[in-house]
Design a protein around this ligand. Structure first.
Ligand code: NAG
Length: 296
């Protein structure tokens, strides 16, 4: 009887102790370095041709925001720091060597010839027009185009058997801005922090920039599912998707972190680009420190 009593007291003490150390143990677990494993395959390095396929109606202003963003990543013209180019430079730490994105072709599909509800094979057909190794075809779908799996993901990337890489990103302005255009839109779930003001005045397109940035970084560092990622190849966490929701220092779920604010417009940003552009870019995993790196 006494033994049981002593045991109960011990258990009780242990339980109380676990309550006390619980949170710090949790913090220790979170601080474990995030590791994206290298799977011995090719990365995309050197001059990488980028072709853009616009499906549906985009205004010239919308197209120029996106083209300026891609130019900003590898432009020889120096933008003030922090810049989109300095953000992209972290991809050089993935086995060394730069991935120099060169925008080549652009195709406009403004007549909705494949309809307004696309399947995966439609995206592949749109991307397939540019079949080239060491090239990325970026298929961008307009706000009024539904895409299979859209909103469960905000975009995707992959490669054809011929090792031609493709990226798809949709304009989520009217379909699921809470998932795909956060932090420029109220989040669908979780703590409701006020949305940030967009740096380019377009919630849908500024949201697309975040997703294009995420997928281009994922493509050059894991083009054929044999590069850098954590988890199963079918649902990998990659260079930027491993750092989801982090934009500045001090971020936590629902709060993007401290970023820069344009005094005139109130817009939030953390990267300068070509043509005086500003962008808000997500954190990228840094192989040197095994941590998600923010620009500010
Ligand atoms: C990339 O393209 C530039 C400009 O055309 C050229 O000067 C450079 O040598 C190329 N680099 C590689 C690695 O092919």
């Amino acid at each position: 009887m006494a033994d049981i009593c002593r045991l109960a007291t011990l258990c009780c003490l242990l339980y109380l102790l676990s309550l006390l150390v619980g949170p710090s143990m949790a913090a220790l677990v979170q601080q474990q370095p995030l590791v994206l494993k290298y799977h011995n395959g090719d990365l995309l390095k050197g001059n990488v041709t980028v072709n853009l396929v616009w499906y549906g109606r985009f205004t010239p202003a919308q197209r120029s925001i996106i083209v300026d963003f891609i130019h900003s990543l590898s432009s020889p013209v120096k933008s003030p720091l922090p810049s989109a180019a300095s953000w992209w430079k972290t991809t050089e730490k993935y086995r060394g060597g730069s991935s120099n994105l060169v925008v080549a072709g652009q195709v406009l599909h403004e007549a909705y010839t494949l309809g307004k509800s696309l399947k995966r094979y439609h995206l592949l057909a749109l991307a397939g027009k540019f079949n080239a190794v060491d090239a990325i075809t970026v298929v961008l779908t307009a706000a009024d185009v539904a895409v299979e799996g859209f909103c469960m993901s905000c975009g995707s990337h992959g490669a054809t058997r011929g090792k031609s890489a493709y990226v798809w990103v949709g304009n989520s302005e009217t379909q699921c801005p809470g998932q795909c255009a956060w932090p420029f839109h109220q989040p669908l779930y979780g703590p409701q922090t006020p949305p940030l003001v967009t740096p380019n005045g377009d919630v849908g397109v500024d949201g697309m920039i975040i997703n294009i940035a995420t997928l281009l970084a994922g493509t050059v560092t894991n083009p054929y599912n044999s590069g850098y990622f954590q988890g199963p190849p079918s649902a990998p966490l990659e260079a930027v998707s491993a750092c989801t929701g982090i934009y500045g220092s001090g971020s936590y779920p629902g709060y993007p972190g401290r970023v820069l604010v344009d005094k005139t417009t109130g817009a939030s940003y953390n990267a300068h680009g070509v043509n005086g552009r500003k962008f808000l870019l997500p954190a990228m995993w840094d192989p040197q420190t095994s941590a998600c790196k923010t620009l500010v």
